[in-house]
Design a protein around this ligand. Structure first.
Ligand code: NAG
Ligand code: NAG
Ligand code: NAG
Ligand code: NAG
Ligand code: NAG
Ligand code: NAG
Ligand code: NAG
Ligand code: NAG
Ligand code: NAG
Ligand code: NAG
Ligand code: NAG
Ligand code: NAG
Length: 777
């Protein structure tokens, strides 16, 4: 038993080491997939393969078996069969979106034991059949949206024992009762069934007592009727796209007691239906509305804000234009307000007066041309997003009372003027985004301010010049994004003070030694060179990064032109781990002069002898190392398997062969030690038996059987001792009476009457096993 286990272990170990060596082989060699690409990942266990957008009609057969993610989206695949995904046992995510799949065979996914995400959206599936998803025991998310599914087998999801999310939106399902087995799945948390052909959603149609659903997305039903406590855990209801007036009935308010999030959108619902819906959602914390311009003016936000638990209101795409004094007056308990994409161009000065708890205000994507005065008293505000508006100046003391502010986004505006005192008192700001503006200069804007700032984005702001000391007080800054068109936009020492800067993104020209001085903690430098220029060489300029001892990642991309780079360009980068360059070294290295290369001729291989070296086709030099690896390792595996098989089933035969082999060795050794045997056997006999020996034994053994016997009367040479002859035979046949003990292992006594049984075969086989041999005769 122990032997067996250890044998199995040895085999396993061997296999593992073989596989790992195979993997290693693969790793170190160039390889290519027919129609797919392995995406680069810093984590080498994360093998992500994409075959998307290749007009494939079938799943390629060379997907590596260690793939973790496979993207087959946007091809022309029409069916998937059992063999197509065989062996992909590491796969965790499979995307087959946007194909022409009509047919998926039973058991197609049985090998995908690790699969967590399966996307089959945008295909032509009409039905989900019984055994379609067999084996997917680790699947968490399945997307079947935008198919033409009208039938689903009630057991299709049974093998999916930890399924969390099902997306069946945009299909042809029409009976809610057809999907009650989904609603019933104990692990299911999220169900999306928008854009189907359901006419009603009624708890009486569902043969379910209690569902564990947390979120439900549903639309276009004429009737929504909950008369049982069927969704005690439901937290989020997405009712976007309800285009008809519906009958809404929730017979007991407590049925939706867990509902905290409601999402609705533009509909032709009457104000009364909205009100009814909001009244049954008495625990609501988050209310999201898209495209409901019509009801905003009638005070819908006000109605929602009367739910005492409401904290977040999100009104998007509703063309509000003008935030009036009363629109938000009952929203005093709100902590988050998102008014993005609303074309807001004015806001009453006291529009936010009631909001004493507001922490986040998103005004992204509107038409505000000035900083809205209503905001400047919100002392609790932490996140303020004014990005994508038309704001042209930042003045003080606008932000002075916003003492809690940590995130300020002013990107994509028209800001050209920034007053010197604007960030005074803004003592908690961590993230400041000024990307895409028209700021020409900062005059002491950051000086002695923003000591807590960690992230600063100054990309594309038209700045002309940064002078020494501009960033002096930003001692907490970790991320800086900055675009500079001219190489002298940053004075030498311009980045001084940024002692904690870790990531610097720079767009501009080559940067010189001194600009990086003071960035002693910089970890990542991303340099985007739009157009390089020729610079005069100097010792420092030849080593532009030598002030960056902690730099781990350097990414340089040159968009136009190329650098004439010195050979010392990377010197000083003692911590570098990643170097990514695009078109940076174009002007320097691939130019290596091989003196007289044209004159060299080949001496080998013989067929090429005398030809010019430069004309030599190097293809023949390439050894197919992968094949060698494969042959070697597969042979080893076979051998190991064979060995363990033999050991297990043919052990006794092997033992026998082993002893035979030992005997052979022993014999060989003896042969080598002495003079090679000249005789098969020495016959020791009494002189009285001489007549019998010569008359019967000799004719029988030498005549009939072809032995060569040594007889002292006949073969001894005078003067040579007996010992010499003893060494020259393999057997000593002593003719004597039975029952006397033989002299040694290689002699035996044999009665005369049994001599005819001696033959060369049993004699030789008997060697070393005298007793067996004697027993035979
Ligand atoms: C795996 O690699 C893919 C592609 O490179 C990437 O998108 C994904 O985030 C990576 N996942 C992990 C866990 O590293
Ligand atoms: C798969 O490929 C498609 C098409 O190129 C792409 O749009 C999609 O984002 C990819 N999916 C994933 C998860 O990478
Ligand atoms: C893969 O690519 C090869 C060559 O480009 C093509 O001949 C073959 O049809 C492709 N395979 C599939 C499954 O489409
Ligand atoms: C599956 O698709 C392949 C490629 O288009 C086709 O050759 C094969 O006949 C199809 N099989 C079935 C069962 O439809
Ligand atoms: C959807 O339902 C309507 C009315 O019940 C019916 O006329 C229509 O054919 C259905 N559509 C589909 C695709 O089943
Ligand atoms: C619902 O609960 C009742 C009573 O507890 C039970 O008899 C019935 O089988 C349950 N129905 C389902 C579908 O679980
Ligand atoms: C609503 O349900 C709760 C708890 O299930 C129950 O106590 C209450 O009586 C019900 N109210 C009505 C009006 O049925
Ligand atoms: C604000 O919240 C408090 C405490 O939760 C509550 O008493 C009050 O009614 C709420 N105000 C509004 C207008 O909902
Ligand atoms: C905003 O609305 C208020 C109230 O309807 C109105 O008095 C004011 O003129 C409007 N402001 C703008 C800029 O349209
Ligand atoms: C606010 O709404 C916009 C646009 O709909 C969205 O992109 C953004 O994520 C929302 N912001 C927050 C903080 O919810
Ligand atoms: C800041 O708050 C103080 C005290 O409430 C107030 O006097 C001042 O006007 C406020 N400043 C601004 C710009 O709102
Ligand atoms: C390079 O140096 C020479 C001589 O020092 C000077 O004339 C020339 O203008 C310099 N060129 C550049 C691009 O700085």
């Amino acid at each position: 038993m122990v032997v067996q286990v250890s044998c199995t272990l040895v085999v396993l170990l061997l296999l593992v080491s073989l596989l790992s060596s195979l993997f290693h082989c693969e790793h170190s060699l160039a390889f290519s997939l027919k129609n797919c690409t392995i995406l680069y990942s810093e984590n080498s266990n994360n093998v992500s393969v994409t075959c998307a957008e290749h007009h494939l009609t079938a799943i390629p057969d060379d997907i590596p078996g260690n793939a973790v993610s496979l993207n087959l989206s946007s091809n022309d695949i029409s069916n998937i069969s059992r063999m197509d995904l065989g062996g992909l046992s590491k796969l965790e995510a499979l995307y087959v979106k946007n194909n022409w799949i009509l047919q998926i065979d039973d058991g197609t996914f049985v090998d995908l034991v690790e699969l967590k995400v399966l996307d089959l959206g945008e295909n032509l599936l009409t039905a989900l059949t019984k055994n379609m998803f067999q084996g997917l025991s680790k699947l968490e998310t399945i997307s079947l949206n935008n198919n033409v599914i009208s039938f689903t087998s009630p057991v299709v999801f049974q093998p999916l024992v930890i399924l969390h999310l099902v997306d069946l939106s945009n299909n042809y399902l029409h009976q809610i009762s057809d999907i009650d087995y989904i609603v019933k799945l104990p692990t299911l948390q999220h169900l999306i069934i928008t854009h189907n052909n359901f006419t009603s959603f009624q708890s009486d149609d569902l043969h379910v007592n209690t569902s564990n659903l947390l979120t439900l997305s549903l639309d276009s039903v004429k009737k929504f009727r909950i008369t049982r406590d069927i969704f005690p855990h439901l937290q989020s209801l997405d009712l976007r796209g309800w285009s008809k007036d519906i009958e809404w009935e929730v017979s007991n308010k407590t049925f939706l007691r867990s509902l905290t999030r409601l999402h609705m959108s533009e509909t032709s619902l009457s104000f009364e239906v909205y009100r009814a819906i909001l009244q049954t959602a008495y625990s609501l914390q988050e209310f999201q509305m898209d495209n409901i311009k019509k009801w905003i003016d009638d005070g819908l936000i006000d109605v929602a804000c009367q739910i005492p638990s409401l904290r977040t209101v999100d009104v998007r795409n509703s063309e509000i234009h003008n935030i009036t004094e009363h629109m938000l007056q009952s929203c005093s308990n709100l902590t988050e307000l998102n008014l993005s994409f609303n074309n807001i161009n004015s806001m009453a000065d006291n529009a936010l007066q009631s909001m004493t708890q507001l922490r986040s205000l998103i005004l992204q994507n509107n038409e505000l041309s000035e900083l809205p005065v209503a905001v400047q008293r919100l002392t609790t505000l932490e996140v303020y997003d004014l990005s994508i508006n038309d704001i042209s100046e930042l003045y003080c003391p606008y932000f002075w009372n916003l003492t809690s502010l940590t995130i300020l986004d002013l990107s994509h505006n028209q800001i050209s003027y920034v007053s010197e005192c604007v960030f005074q008192n803004v003592n908690n700001l961590k993230i400041l985004n000024l990307e895409n503006n028209k700021i020409m200069s900062f005059i002491d804007t950051f000086k002695d301010k923003l000591q807590t700032l960690e992230f600063l984005n100054l990309r594309n702001i038209d700045i002309m010049n940064f002078i020494q000391g501009d960033f002096h007080s930003l001692s907490s800054l970790q991320y800086l994004y900055i675009d500079l068109d001219e190489c002298d936009s940053v004075d030498e020492g311009g980045f001084e003070g940024l002692d904690n800067l870790q990531i610097l993104y720079l767009l501009g020209d080559n940067y010189f030694y001194d600009h990086f001085s003071g960035l002693s903690n910089l970890n990542t430098l991303i340099l985007n060179v739009v157009e390089s220029r020729t610079h005069n060489s100097s010792e420092q300029r030849d080593r532009p990064f030598s002030n960056l001892p902690k730099l781990k990642k350097l990414h340089i991309k040159v968009h136009r032109g190329y650098y004439d780079i010195s050979k010392d360009v990377l010197s000083g980068l003692t911590s570098l781990e990643y170097l990514i360059t695009e078109a940076y070294f174009m002007g320097s290295f691939k130019q290596t002069q091989v003196v007289n290369a044209h004159q060299y001729t080949c001496a080998f291989p013989v067929s090429q002898r005398g030809n010019k070296f430069l004309d030599f086709g190097f293809d023949s030099c390439r050894i197919n190392a992968a094949l060698l690896c494969f042959l070697f390792s597969s042979n080893l595996v076979m051998l190991t398997l064979l060995a363990s098989f033999i050991y297990h089933f043919l052990r006794s035969h092997v033992t026998y062969a082993y002893y035979l082999f030992l005997a052979f060795l022993y014999d060989n050794k003896r042969r080598k030690k002495g003079i090679p045997h000249s005789y098969d056997a020495f016959v020791s006999y009494n002189v009285h038996d001489k007549a019998w020996v010569y008359g019967e034994l000799l004719p029988e053994l030498e005549g009939q059987q072809g032995w060569k016997l040594c007889l002292h009367h006949r073969d001894f040479e005078p003067g040579i001792d007996d010992y010499h002859y003893e060494k020259q035979h393999c057997w000593l046949i002593t003719l004597m009476k039975p029952n006397l003990k033989p002299m040694n292992d290689f002699s035996f006594a044999i009665p005369k009457k049994n001599l005819h049984q001696l033959n060369s075969t049993n004699l030789c086989q008997g060697q070393g096993q005298r007793s067996t041999f004697l027993k035979n005769i």
